[in-house]
Design a protein around this ligand. Structure first.
Ligand SMILES: [Fe+2]
Length: 257
């Protein structure tokens, strides 16, 4: 069980999803997704641009003013270093409800960050951690668009905690963010002292399992794009040569959780 003494004392309650919702809506519409927008064109983060237009205040970290990165949480007792590099933690016969988590990693200027290390670990369907091997443990790196994709199962419950996934996030050369991701609608969200509504994923059911989304905002300074350009319109490219997406595999593989 994780140490509840590190709770940040955040109020329990409804989640805010404005930034993620906007991002997903834009992706569905095929406009200005980070893969073809911010990372390559210098567009300010889509969510930032649209979010500034209005909407109700939320508790979800918003990439709009540079001072609200994704909050940290306790690591808990079950982290293990040197997890395998893999985006899928399941095999064909792995029991449990399939879960795919996707999202992006942004810096303080709402620009996506590539080659960010993401190390995930979680309980199995029965609520048990593998502390001997590496089941349900793995790390991966964001692509040049700042995106990531994790294939896993819905973690089981264990005493004292609500349903959650642990994660460590580290931009190249930056400090590690250790935090946890949560599921909406879980009864234990209201009684878990560690739970933080700012870390709720957006989750939907599909015929084959669940699909979740969560975008991280790291405390990484960035130079904002030079101008705001309407989605779908060409914009000047601002990414520097030193931010090449083709980071060497050896460098990436050497950084492990
Ligand atoms: Fe845990």
């Amino acid at each position: 069980m994780d140490d509840p003494t590190t709770t940040e004392g955040q109020p329990h309650g409804s989640r805010g999803l404005r930034r993620k919702t906007v991002l997903r809506a834009a992706l569905a519409a095929g406009v200005a997704a980070p893969a073809v927008g911010a990372a390559l064109t210098g567009l300010p983060a889509l969510a930032r641009t649209v979010g500034a237009a209005g909407g109700t205040p939320t508790l979800t970290p918003e990439c709009d003013d540079g001072d609200d990165p994704t909050p940290p949480q306790t690591e808990g007792p079950y982290f293990k270093p040197n997890s395998p590099r893999r985006a899928s933690l399941v095999q064909s016969r792995t029991p449990g409800t399939r879960l795919t988590v996707t999202g992006y990693v942004f810096g303080l200027a709402c620009l996506p960050i590539g080659d960010v290390l993401l190390g995930f670990w979680q309980a199995d369907h029965a609520g048990a951690y593998d502390n001997v091997g590496f089941r349900f443990r793995g790390h991966q790196f964001t692509g040049a668009d700042g995106g990531y994709r994790l294939v896993t199962i819905v973690p089981g419950l264990y005493p004292g905690r609500t349903r959650h996934i642990h994660v460590k996030v580290q931009a190249p050369g930056r400090r590690v963010l250790t935090t946890q991701l949560y599921f909406p609608g879980e009864p234990r969200n209201n009684t878990d002292a560690i739970f933080d509504p700012r870390l709720l994923m957006t989750v939907r059911d599909t015929p084959t399992g669940r699909e979740a989304t969560f975008d991280f905002v790291l405390d990484v300074p960035q130079q904002p794009g030079p101008q705001v350009v309407a989605p779908g319109l060409p914009a000047p490219r601002t990414r520097r040569a030193t931010e090449s997406p083709t980071v060497g595999a050896a460098t990436s593989a050497s950084r492990r959780t």
